[in-house]
Write a protein that binds this ligand. Sequence first.
Ligand SMILES: [Zn+2]
Length: 256
Amino acid sequence: MKKANRERLIDQAARLLTSASAVVCLTGAGVSAESGVPTFRDAQTGLWSQFEAEELASPQGFERDPGLVWRWYMWRLTVVEAATPNPGHAALARLASLCEEFVLVTQNVDNLHEQAGSADILHLHGSLLHFRCQVCAQPHRLTDAERRRQLPPTCARCGEFVRPDVVWFGEGLPWQAVEAAFVAASSCDLMLVVGASGLVYPAAQLPLIAKQAGATILDINLQPGPLSSIVDLFLQGKSGEILPALAQSVAWLIQG
Ligand SMILES: [Zn+2]
């Protein structure tokens, strides 16, 4: 995007945001990638590349080899913990404070939005930083010793294995988060989609629902994605560069 053109589009987007009373923001892998968090596939380097994704991240894989799955998730946790939020994460937290109503929905399993100061995030795919019993779902607080073990820890309540609280292949999504996201999408007047090029169901439905309900769709991405046909305003580029400029424009407009 040329500089003058980008400034014009950002100003246009800022005006749309300030006139909206309910905003929903949907973030995807692109936002985390700018902080160096690899996608599932990209994390499968070295010794992990010899395994099928289903061996590492499905109920069947966990049943077959809980130690392998545990070690994979401890590795991914280490990678996520080494990452820090980028200016895009910070700008979304700022935008939330500038908007009347702002709901943040993410497909990402890291906690970079939380670290940047966003609250009440709807994690559609769970979180790499949370753990629960595979049978009774009792939450489990991970200790340092457990991280280094070859097998997952066991549940304090029922003795079954503890697993990461993420959505695995073949599993349904956390219904409370999904339901809340659908309700927010159907009643928002602006949806901001950021870094979510590979939208999968049901996240892919959210912009469609918002559009059908009359909302304006804003898309910030490196490339035009599958949503192109319903997007009202497309801002091409890194979210870590565009979002801070957008939040600043919104702040200026509000201050008048
Ligand atoms: Zn249990």
